[in-house]
Write a protein that binds this ligand. Structure first.
Ligand code: GCO
Ligand code: MG
Length: 403
């Protein structure tokens, strides 16, 4: 069996997606997601200019060898651009292999470990009252796990809160928008938010919160402690994880569970956090962490230390990523939760898929492969549009801060 063609498709049905499609001499095709929000064309070029010429003629069944070839062979290892490109190839090859076997991907990985995938939805509001309403609306829709974010009094624009629409889209500018930040205001406000949310929603719903890398380790420890009465499922990215040792301090002071890893692209980013049991959930994804082949290694390492998965699932990961993630989640023994930020109908129309949402759970389909394709004709109607993630500055003096 041989790879006969491979194409990178960049489209913008409401937001940018980079998709790789691989074709074989036996007529089977596979797709993978390579979207790196705000830096999409870098991955498209990495694939187009450097990876695809090496793929033509190779046997698509040799997934492991191709993974090693692209990883070790480039000499320049790791990094989000490289690992997203490798991920797209890997995901497309697993799709092809599962189609060859006539099986849904989760069967090839080792079979079903659960009936469905618990997801968490996003409840966001401009203030506490709005967030409480959104949490209750999610509960009505059947969600068992809900992430709560709200505007912070005195701050113009904060992470996760859209001022104009209900759906929040992180890449919101044709040049980077500027947000403002004040850790003290946020630290005062957030326990109040969770007090109100917990009071309204009761004890049975899992509550999550994303700090988006904005606190110092000491501040993160304070926040974790002040949220303990509200029994969070997790507190996400409380401080940047560039220096994983920083989590030792947080861990010493709070039992609020921690989730980290949406920006990780390699097992080496995760290693210390997992081995020292400094986190409870690892958020690496199929798309940014080297595909199914590499994410599986991360999950297996995590399992040794009772760390569970909580794959990133924002809208900047395409429906292809969601399809692959759901097969992974259906199999992985140490599953925790899957993020679910629904794509718009327009986005979904470009990616025919067989997964479905029902009362707080996502279910992968049973069609061979990972169950997601791309409608290339439709995709061609939505050309790339430049879009950036925002930057964040301290309100006090404009110092550039973590976003
Ligand atoms: C999340 C994330 C996202 C990211 C986005 C960046 O927890 O869902 O933090 O909202 O900001 O994916 O591209
Ligand atoms: Mg996050």
């Amino acid at each position: 069996m041989k790879i006969t063609a491979a194409r990178v498709i960049v489209c913008c049905p409401g937001r940018n997606f980079v998709t790789l499609k691989i074709e074989t001499d036996q007529g089977l095709t596979g797709v993978g997601d390579a979207t790196l929000n705000g830096r999409e064309l870098a991955v498209a070029s990495y694939l187009q200019d450097h990876v695809l010429p090496c793929l033509i003629g190779r046997d698509p069944q040799q997934i492991e060898d191709i993974w090693q070839y692209l990883y070790k062979g480039a000499y320049w290892r790791r990094g989000p651009v490289t690992m997203s490109a490798i991920a797209a190839v890997d995901t497309a090859l697993w799709d092809i292999k599962a189609k060859m076997a006539g099986m849904p991907l989760y069967q090839l990985l080792g079979g079903r470990s659960r009936t469905g995938v618990m997801v968490y939805g996003h409840a966001t509001g401009r203030d506490i009252a709005e967030t409480v309403d959104e949490v209750l609306r999610h509960r009505e829709e059947g969600y068992q796990a809900i992430r709560a974010q709200s505007g912070v009094p005195g701050l113009e624009k904060v992470y996760g809160v859209s001022t104009t629409q209900r759906m929040y889209e992180p890449a919101d500018g044709n040049l980077p928008n500027e947000h403002d930040w004040d850790s003290a205001k946020y630290l005062r406000h957030t326990p109040r938010l969770f007090e109100a949310v917990r009071e309204a929603v009761g004890e049975d719903i899992h509550l999550l919160h994303d700090v988006h890398h904005r606190l110092s380790p000491n501040e993160a420890a304070q926040l974790g402690r002040s949220l303990e009465p509200y029994q969070l499922f997790w507190m996400e990215d409380p401080t940047p994880a560039d220096n994983p040792q920083a989590f030792r301090l947080i861990r010493q002071h709070t039992t609020t569970p921690l989730a980290v890893g949406e920006v990780f692209n390699s097992i080496w980013d995760c290693k210390l956090l997992i081995e020292e049991q400094l986190i409870d959930y690892i958020r690496a994804t199929v798309t940014h962490a080297g595909g199914i082949t590499h994410l599986r290694r991360i999950a297996d390492l995590a399992a040794l230390y009772q760390v569970r998965t909580g794959c990133h699932g924002a809208t900047d990961l395409s429906p292809v990523a969601m399809g692959a993630a759901l097969h992974f989640d259906t199999w992985v023994p140490n599953f925790g939760v899957q993020e679910y930020m629904p794509h718009s109908a327009q986005m979904l129309s470009v990616f025919p898929h067989d997964w479905r949402f029902e009362r707080g759970m996502l279910y992968c389909g049973e069609t061979p492969g990972h169950g997601v394709d791309i409608d290339e004709k439709l995709a061609a109607k939505y050309p790339y549009q430049r879009a950036y993630l925002p930057v964040n500055r301290l309100q006090r003096d404009g110092t550039l801060w973590d976003w």
